[in-house]
Design a protein around this ligand. Structure first.
Ligand code: SF4
Length: 255
């Protein structure tokens, strides 16, 4: 399930210079520090990781990708489509898959043009791809979710790219009290994850105030078993945020 196999499944060669959109819809942001914020979600195809608990496998498993009705947009077309779907909504979330795989293939221009039109942009990324040229985009924030070994599929060197995480950490230092440019949304499944997390935080020098812990759950009933994690967050002064959309609608697409 390499990126190359995924590109083949979506027939990228027939659509060069365009961006593959799996779905685009308006809802509430269900995760991270903007939880509850009305947002346009733009979900792009292809991912370079393979998390066992991924709930968007249709963005990267070739057999599932082949069944998707992918819409290919050039830069101008995607900006127009987002503006059309947005209505009164001002927050746009690019997600995936790994959306930054498309950064140099046009996504950075889409983000820039939406920013000029007054949108705030959030990019959800697994923290393995470095997006260059973002410092002069003050309307852009990153929700960086590097993966711990609970992803059960990718080697440490594939999941954790220290130079990329340090780059995001530098961007995070330019945050203001009103606009956190980088937050770290980390999925925790069990207590061992916390040791691994703390080591990475220490190695990269991540500011714990920008950390958001999210329990692994695709079922609203799962939250009840995470009391120990809530206690840890309180004890360590770290934010705990669950998945609002799962509580509201369950694990369904387009919400
Ligand atoms: S990085 Fe995100 S999209 Fe990719 S496999 Fe993991 S959870 Fe899924």
């Amino acid at each position: 399930m390499s990126v190359e196999e995924q590109l083949k499944a979506i027939r990228y060669d027939d659509h060069a210079d365009k961006i593959p959109v799996i779905e685009i819809f308006k809802t509430l942001q269900g995760e991270g520090i903007l939880i509850g914020t009305p947002s346009v979600f733009v979900r792009l195809a292809v991912c370079n990781l393979h998390c066992a608990w991924c709930d968007t496998k249709y963005t990267w498993v070739p057999k599932l990708l082949e069944k998707e009705r992918i819409r290919w947009f050039n830069v101008g077309g995607l900006v127009k489509e987002v503006v059309k779907v947005a209505g009164n909504v001002r927050n746009v979330v690019f997600t995936g898959g790994e959306p930054l795989l498309w950064w140099d293939k046009g996504l950075k221009y889409v983000v820039a043009l939406l920013g000029i039109r007054g949108f705030f942009i959030e990019v959800e990324t697994n923290g393995t791809v470095m997006p260059v040229g973002v410092m002069d985009m003050p309307f852009l924030r990153f929700n960086v979710s590097f993966k711990l070994s609970n992803n059960k599929a990718d080697r440490y060197e594939e999941r954790i790219k220290p130079e990329v995480l340090k780059y995001f950490n530098d961007i995070g230092q330019t945050s203001s009290a009103f606009f956190e440019r980088v937050t770290w949304k980390i999925v925790i499944k069990d207590r061992d994850d916390l040791d691994e997390l703390l080591k990475i935080i220490d190695d990269v020098g991540i500011d714990k105030r920008l950390l958001v812990i999210m329990p692994e759950m695709t079922n609203p009933d799962g939250l009840g078993s995470y009391g120990w994690l809530v206690d840890w967050c309180v004890e360590n002064g770290v934010r705990f945020i669950d998945r609002l959309h799962i509580r509201l609608w369950g694990n369904v697409r387009g919400r």
